[in-house]
Design a protein around this ligand. Structure first.
Ligand code: ATP
Ligand code: MG
Length: 220
C-alpha cells in the first residue's frame, strides 16, 4: 500500500491543498492521502484557530472523496506534535505501507528548523510540490538533497514535470510541478478579517462552517 501523508495547520483548508492532494495521488498512484491537521501549540497564536475546528474543517472538505482520510493523531495531543513521531506512529499503524510525506516547497525549505530533521528525512519518501511564489531552485542550498541546479531550473520553467533524486539517508525525494493555485490560508483569513467573500477559494461546507462558527473575526 502506498500512502500520502499531508500535514499542515489547515487554518483553514482550501482548494490549494485539495487540488495538490488530488494531483499527487494520481501522479504517484497512491492508495490514500491522509491529511494530518496539526494540534494547537502550547503558546497561543492569535491567528491559529482551535485544533478541533481545523480538524472538523478538514473532515468537511474531504469526506466526499473516498481516497482522502483525516488523522486525528496530532490534533488530539495536548503537547506540540513532531512530524518524526507522527510518521513513526502512522508507519506502526499501517504496517508494510510505503509512506510519502507531501509538502510544499516553502515547508521543505523550513525543515532544518523542525525537530530532528536528520531522522525525519529517513522516515518516508518526500514529495515536494510546487507552489506559486516559491522556486525549486531555492532547494539547491538544502542540506538534505544533492540536486543538480540545472534540473531545478528546468523544473521551475516547466521543461520537466517532475524529478526524483536521493535524500540524505537514502530515501527518495520527488519534486513535482502541479497546477499552480495561488491560494493560501493567510489570504483567506485576511479576507475574513476584512469582511470580504471567500467563496470559490475553499469548499462550500468549509465556508459555511467558518461563517456559522464566527471564525476568523478580528477581536476588539
Ligand atoms: P498559511 O498561509 O496559514 O501558512 P497555507 O495555505 O500555507 O497556510 P498550510 O496549512 O500552512 O497552508 O500548508 C500545508 C501544506 O500545504 C504545506 O506543505 C504547504 O506548502 C502546502 N500548500 C498550501 N497551500 C498550497 C498551494 N496553494 N499550492 C501548493 N501547496 C500548498
Ligand atoms: Mg503555510
Amino acid at each position: 500500500m502506498k500512502l500520502g501523508i499531508f500535514g499542515g495547520t489547515f487554518n483553514p483548508i482550501h482548494y490549494g491543498h485539495l487540488r495538490a492532494a488530488e494531483e499527487v495521488q494520481a501522479k504517484l498512484n497512491l492508495d490514500k492521502i491522509i491529511f494530518v491537521p496539526s494540534g494547537n501549540p502550547p503558546m497561543k497564536d492569535r491567528e491559529l484557530a482551535d485544533a478541533r475546528n481545523r480538524y472538523k474543517m478538514v473532515r468537511l472538505a474531504t469526506f466526499k472523496n473516498r481516497s482522502f482520510t483525516v488523522s486525528d493523531i496530532e490534533y488530539k495531543k495536548k503537547n506540540k506534535s513532531y512530524s518524526v513521531n507522527t510518521l513513526k506512529e502512522l508507519q506502526r499503524h499501517y504496517k508494510g505501507a510505503r509512506l510519502y510525506f507531501i509538502l510544499g516547497i516553502d515547508a521543505f525549505i523550513d525543515i532544518p528548523n523542525w525537530w530532528q530533521p536528520d531522522r525525519l528525512v529517513m522516515l518516508a519518501d518526500f514529495v515536494v510540490i510546487s507552489r506559486p511564489s516559491f522556486k525549486f531552485a531555492g532547494l539547491s542550498s538544502s542540506p538534505y538533497i544533492e540536486a543538480d541546479n540545472n534540473i531545478l531550473k528546468r523544473l521551475d520553467s516547466g521543461k520537466i514535470e517532475s524529478y526524483k533524486t536521493a535524500l540524505a539517508g537514502g530515501r527518495n525525494i520527488i519534486m513535482m510541478r502541479l497546477t499552480p493555485i495561488e491560494i493560501s490560508a493567510t489570504l483567506i483569513r485576511k479576507l475574513l478579517y476584512q469582511g470580504k467573500s471567500i467563496k470559490y477559494l475553499l469548499p462550500e461546507e468549509v465556508e459555511s462552517y467558518i461563517i456559522s462558527n464566527k471564525m476568523y473575526k478580528l477581536k476588539v
